[in-house]
Design a protein around this ligand. Structure first.
Ligand code: CTP
Length: 421
């Protein structure tokens, strides 16, 4: 996604956020001066917007400005006698379809991660369970602090989507990462996520779908393993999206700290590629489709020691002989019956499209999702991803950088299209 791409105003009924209620939470950072522009962009996209602000935010942007651009009253005080309801935060959490905290200071992120509710906005955030976007803005040193990183990890695990900050000149006069993402970029991410929210999918509803996610760990001995940096976010986002569309999902996942929330997701935890292979090949027999997003280790140590391997002397190195793991995707491709659909992922560094097309054919897939390694915000550990979807007919769809939830929607849309054909 390019920050300078305009968000185009669309007629009310076809506007992507038509009928959506969005709360813009504003906290006390200099980037608060950009919040009115974000409010306008969301309204242009068809949303109704209400603002909730902290006391410090009002040092940077006035309630009058926000009231004027949003055409709604601003929520700033838990005990304001002018609030429409006596528990305004509860009324607002029912009203809102999503909250966008922009800018989000280290302070509000710390409160969110630790369940602290001591003012209007933090109380609202604690009670809110729907799509939550956080747009951090702070000095690079704060962004790099262990405490901030811990808080971000907690919130990501809770399903919060971070719209990452940019590098540039900061208010303190230094240059570095920490500038709030541009309002156009924030609006576009919100639009892509919310406008894709399909609650009803007649093709996918009732289908049984297998998903693999996360890394695999290949044991060297009783305390060591070979693994990779996959967090499982893409696969978990897919599982949630397909369950929301009415699918019965079997999610076979390698080690991850992520949790699932939808009751239609059956989770099967595995450690190694061979365990994932056993679970996936067994489950695929009774599934209508499978999407394999796991980062499966291609190799494992030939021998696994049942004790901790000791150093032999102070200088000698160590050689581990690796053997190939079974290819789960290729096996499912071989076993695929008429009426079953198979989707794979590809991670390529050279001749990306050509290599992905070869993988599609070789593994007998219906379409393949090519991951970008070249874009900031894409790949392992990020909340956003940039993918290219290639199908058997040779159609190549280059998607923009967007939240993994929005990417999951694109993949679910493609699966729905292919299964209805
Ligand atoms: N995959 C799998 N089992 C394996 C290896 C990969 O199911 N043992 C799946 C992944 O989940 C992904 C796809 O195969 O959907 C492609 O993975 P990738 O690592 O890009 O390619 P490989 O097939 O391993 O080929 P190479 O590493 O040579 O590019």
């Amino acid at each position: 996604m390019k920050n300078d791409e305009p968000v185009v105003a669309t007629p009310a009924t076809t506007a992507p956020l038509h009928g959506k209620h969005i709360i813009v939470g504003i906290t006390g950072g200099i980037a608060a001066y950009k919040a009115p522009l974000l409010v306008r962009l969301l309204i242009k996209a068809g949303a109704e917007v209400r603002c909730a602000v902290t006391e410090h935010a009002m040092q940077f942007v006035t309630p009058l400005t926000l009231e004027t651009v949003s055409n709604n009253s601003v929520y700033s005080d838990l005990f304001d006698r002018g609030n429409t309801h006596s528990t305004e935060h509860i009324a607002l959490k029912d009203w809102g379809d999503a909250i966008v905290v922009a800018p989000a200071t280290a302070n509000i992120i710390g409160k969110m991660a630790n369940g602290i509710a001591d003012d209007a906005l933090s109380t609202l955030l604690l009670s809110f369970r729907k799509d939550t976007f956080v747009c951090p803005a702070m000095n690079t040193n704060m962004l790099d602090s262990p405490a901030f990183k811990r808080n971000v990890a907690i919130l990501r695990n809770d399903g919060v989507c971070f719209i990452e900050s940019d590098s540039g000149e900061l208010a303190c006069g230094t240059y570095g990462n920490g500038r709030m993402a541009e309002p156009e970029h924030i609006a576009r991410t919100v639009i892509e996520t919310l406008s894709n929210n399909k609650d009803c999918d007649n093709v996918l509803a009732g289908k049984r779908i297998l998903i693999t996610a996360g890394p695999t760990y290949e044991k060297i001995d009783s305390v060591r393993f070979i693994g990779n940096f996959s967090t499982g976010k893409m696969g978990f986002a897919l599982a949630e999206e397909l369950a929301r569309r009415g699918c019965q999902v079997s999610l076979v996942t390698g080690p991850t700290s992520l949790t699932t929330s939808h009751p239609a997701i059956e989770r099967i935890d595995v450690l190694s590629a061979r365990q994932m292979f056993d679970a996936a090949t067994h489950l695929f027999e009774s599934c209508d489709a499978a999407i394999l997003s796991a980062a499966v280790a291609d190799f494992r140590p030939e021998n696994e020691a049942d004790h901790k391997i000791k150093k032999q002397n102070d200088h000698d190195g160590m050689t581990i002989h690796l053997v190939q793991n079974p290819d789960i995707l290729a096996t499912l491709g071989n076993n695929k019956r008429e009426g079953q659909y198979l989707v794979g992922f590809a991670l390529e560094t050279d001749n990306e499209i050509d290599n992905a097309k070869k993988k599609l054919t070789k593994k007998n897939l219906d379409f393949i999702v090519l991951n970008s390694l070249h874009d900031k915000g894409a790949g392992f550990g990020h909340d956003t991803n940039k993918v290219t979807i290639i199908d058997r007919a040779g159609t190549v769809n280059h998607c923009q950088l967007k939240s993994k939830k929005a990417v999951a929607c694109d993949i679910a849309d493609k699966l729905s299209e292919i299964m209805s054909a």
